[in-house]
Design a protein around this ligand. Sequence first.
Ligand code: GLU
Length: 257
Amino acid sequence: MRITVKVGTSTLTHPSGHLNIRHVETLCKVLSDAKNAGHEIILVSSGAIGMGVGKLNLTCRPQDMPTKQAAAAVGQCELMYVYDKLFSEYNHTVAQILLTGEDLRDEARHRNFANTLQRLLELGALPIINENDSVATDEIGVGDNDTLSALVAVSVKADLLIVLTDIDGLYTADPRHEKNAVLIPEVRSITAEMLASAGGHGTALSTGGMATKLSAAKVCMEAGTDMIILNGARPNVLYDILDGKSTGTRFIGRKNT
Ligand code: GLU
């Protein structure tokens, strides 16, 4: 399978902005194993701003654009350093691709990106993609990595997009506030109720929340790609997916019959 995996800041870092070593080490190990088993993996990773916050000893996520972009420039290096180190331990070679919305909207740039990515996969590398936060502005940005990962998954015709986040999947209501909320294992169409209960907030260091995950799911479903939301605190659950077991919430892509 060709699998795009998106990992969010809440999985990669502690609220302090420092690396969550347990999560990242397990993630790299499981993805390396998936590659060894013959799957093609494309990782869309957030965490640049979050790790920049930690590395620059800032007290919280910056609100102004220049500080955010500076934090991303610092954090992106740290992020790739960590991935390079951990994936190298399992003999995998990482490659960094930083994109803006323009790169996906403009036909020629999009073609270049797709060709590079295809070649990297043929060469056995593990592409790691993030938004180019240090140059992206509101006008040219994708804005959040849930959407970016869906655009990437569709563009490379991935069989599956797996979104790792800080919750087990999509619930009937926000389980942090509603104790009767239950996990929805499978979604065939996104309803107005789901959108209404999704809310719009991420954590102190990240951008997303469930709303951006639902719009990413919509992009995937319309293109016929399945998307699964899983809890990134237990990256081992990725093995269940590879073994064909059902876990998290699976959004079923529309298949043309
Ligand atoms: N590109 C941002 C970062 O690396 C994250 C965006 C997101 O969390 O959706 O910090």
